[in-house]
Design a protein around this ligand. Structure first.
Ligand code: E4P
Length: 223
């Protein structure tokens, strides 16, 4: 499963990219606004901070003609960019146009397998299925993810199912169980993936025993 970072914060992207386990970055208008700098400037800085990664940048218009203009502008900035498009009627039409032109797309705000079918048929590169926002209203966000993976695999669509709106490590585990292709998450969730109390206890004990014995990696002399 690919791991994407969900952020508009370039420092977070640099930090996560250094780990060598990040395959891309997703942004949205809220995250870009929070970053406090220009859209193009922020997206290009993210591309530079995550070389070779798929970097999603979203259109903000809601009519087809303006969405197309925005999409072509955004796609022209860098070849790592994936145009993010909301799952609305002109959005699906836009994804069809962009996929015919070989421009990669990430269809966002997908909450059901019926919406996902439209995105897949339009040729979406990624289908962003939001889970946290469904869980927030007492639903089960992962249900639509599992159904979408099943739909994409059984009909042979090329779209990758991207689990978005990830709030905690359990969502990541559930995304793997559903055989999702990608999960995008904030840096805080990536940091949580490292954590296990037995790792901390085990490391502490190893280092304690090593130090008590006066050992050194760079010397053959024992204390
Ligand atoms: C995905 O691409 C979205 O940017 C993101 O995952 C939304 O997450 P939220 O529901 O935590 O805002």
């Amino acid at each position: 499963m690919k791991l994407f970072l969900d952020t508009g914060d370039v420092d977070e992207v640099r930090r996560a990219a250094e780990l060598g386990v990040i395959d891309g970055v997703t942004t949205n208008p809220t995250l870009i606004a929070k970053a406090g700098k220009g859209f193009r400037e922020t997206v290009l800085a993210i591309c530079a901070a995550c070389p070779g990664g798929a970097i999603s940048a979203e259109v903000v218009a809601t009519d087809y003609d303006t969405m197309l203009k925005e999409a072509l502008e955004i796609a022209s900035w860098h070849d790592q960019i994936v145009v993010k498009v909301p799952l609305i009627e002109p959005g699906v039409r836009l994804v069809s146009t962009l996929s015919e032109r070989g421009i990669r797309t990430n269809v966002t705000l997908v909450f059901s397998v019926s919406q996902a079918l439209l995105a897949a048929k339009a040729g979406a590169t990624y289908i962003s299925n939001f889970v946290g926002r469904v869980d927030d209203v007492s639903g089960d966000g992962m249900e639509a993810v599992a159904a979408t993976v099943e739909m994409v695999e059984s009909y042979g669509f090329e779209s990758e199912v991207l689990v978005a709106s990830v709030r905690h490590p359990q969502h990541v585990v559930q995304a793997m169980a559903a055989r999702a292709h990608v999960a995008t998450m904030p840096y805080s969730v990536i940091a949580q993936l490292f954590k296990h109390p037995l790792t901390d206890i085990g490391l502490h004990r190893f280092l304690d025993d090593w130090n008590k014995a006066g050992l050194s990696i760079f010397s053959t002399v024992t204390a």
